[in-house]
Design a protein around this ligand. Structure first.
Ligand SMILES: NC(=O)c1ccc[n+]([C@@H]2O[C@H](COP(=O)([O-])OP(=O)(O)OC[C@H]3O[C@@H](n4cnc5c(N)ncnc54)[C@H](O)[C@@H]3O)[C@@H](O)[C@H]2O)c1
Length: 287
């Protein structure tokens, strides 16, 4: 079949506008030129004392955000703040249990008292590995699902007043496919995905974007009890990953950075799967 226009000869369709092509709109030029992707933004990261939350907090600070580090572990929370401030960034620690609505309210209040507003909320906290492995329904739902809802519901009016914001929920591949028999965790994470979409639809009009990330296996301290039980576990899991490796917390921090930043201004209700290809298909299917 002959192509309608031979572009190699400079032929164009009737809607071709030479002035419009390859010209960035002003705002994009500005974005691309901006060095700090979260300059002066105020970000709360829950469960930021270690693992993925810590990586997110550090990455956000690196890009100019003032970070409110939330955790129930004082020593770890203080360590994250110290790492940020030692690198020249700005951060504060709040010990708030996100599963408790009053504590979540205090977290948002302390952030707004200190910095005036909140632009970004990352709901990352999770209950203990023991509670995940033992299918503790109460703990999984309370921290992962209700915790996400407590913090989001409280931050929405602050973001509305500030003219918009970005909420990034850390779900899991367990919310998408069946894995490992950790039903309570998987159900809670499936709930986080549904909550993300529901809140995105409700708050688009407020210029508040709500997205979630579904990480595959990420090497954090949560894996320590499982490594103790089976020292080969991460090696055994690796062949499931088409990219040939499991993830690093920074892999998730970079995705959170994109979703939190204005670069993702047209993304809301999105389920951003960052899993090295785990859920792309069954690559071991024998034919
Ligand atoms: N590591 C993985 O392989 C993996 C894979 C998929 C999804 N995820 C998700 O990523 C997120 C972070 O995982 P991680 O591996 O860094 O976990 P982690 O256990 O290392 O970190 C979780 C942090 O949350 C804190 N926390 C626990 N209960 C809390 C509460 N009620 N309020 C506030 N903070 C609380 C803990 O003290 C801890 O510092 C979780 O939502 C997890 O489900 C992790």
């Amino acid at each position: 079949m002959k192509a309608k226009y031979d572009f190699s000869k400079g032929e164009r369709g009737k809607f071709y506008n030479p002035k419009a092509v390859f010209k960035y709109p002003q705002f994009l030029q500005k974005d691309v030129g901006q060095k700090m992707r979260l300059n002066n933004k105020i970000a709360i990261v829950t469960g930021a004392g270690r693992g993925i939350g810590k990586a997110v907090a550090l990455r956000f600070a690196e890009e100019g955000a003032k970070v409110v580090v939330d955790d129930v572990n004082d020593a770890n929370g203080a360590e994250t703040v110290a790492a940020i401030t030692e690198a020249g960034g700005e951060a504060m620690f709040v010990n708030a249990d996100v599963s408790d609505a009053a504590d979540a309210e205090r977290l948002i209040a302390e952030a707004t008292d200190a910095y005036g507003t909140v632009d970004i909320l990352v709901n990352n906290a999770i209950c203990s590995t023991a509670d995940v492995l033992n299918n503790n329904w109460e703990a999984n739902l309370a921290v992962a699902l209700r915790g996400t809802s407590h913090c989001s519901d409280t931050v929405i009016p602050v973001m509305q007043q500030g003219g918009g914001g970005s909420i990034v929920n850390v779900a899991s591949v367990n919310g998408l496919i069946g894995l490992q028999g950790i039903h309570a965790y998987s159900a809670a994470k499936g709930g986080v995905i549904a909550l993300t979409r529901s809140m995105a639809v409700a708050h688009g009009k407020d210029n508040i974007r709500v997205n979630c990330i579904c990480p595959g296996t990420i090497q954090t301290e949560v894996w320590e009890p499982m490594i103790e039980r089976n020292p080969q576990i991460l090696d055994e899991i690796t062949p499931w990953y088409p990219l040939g490796r499991i993830g690093h917390p920074v892999d998730i921090a970079n995705a959170a950075l994109f979703l939190a930043s204005d670069e993702a201004r047209f993304a809301t209700g999105a389920v951003f799967v960052i899993d090295g290809g785990l859920t792309a298909g069954n690559h071991q299917f024998p034919i």
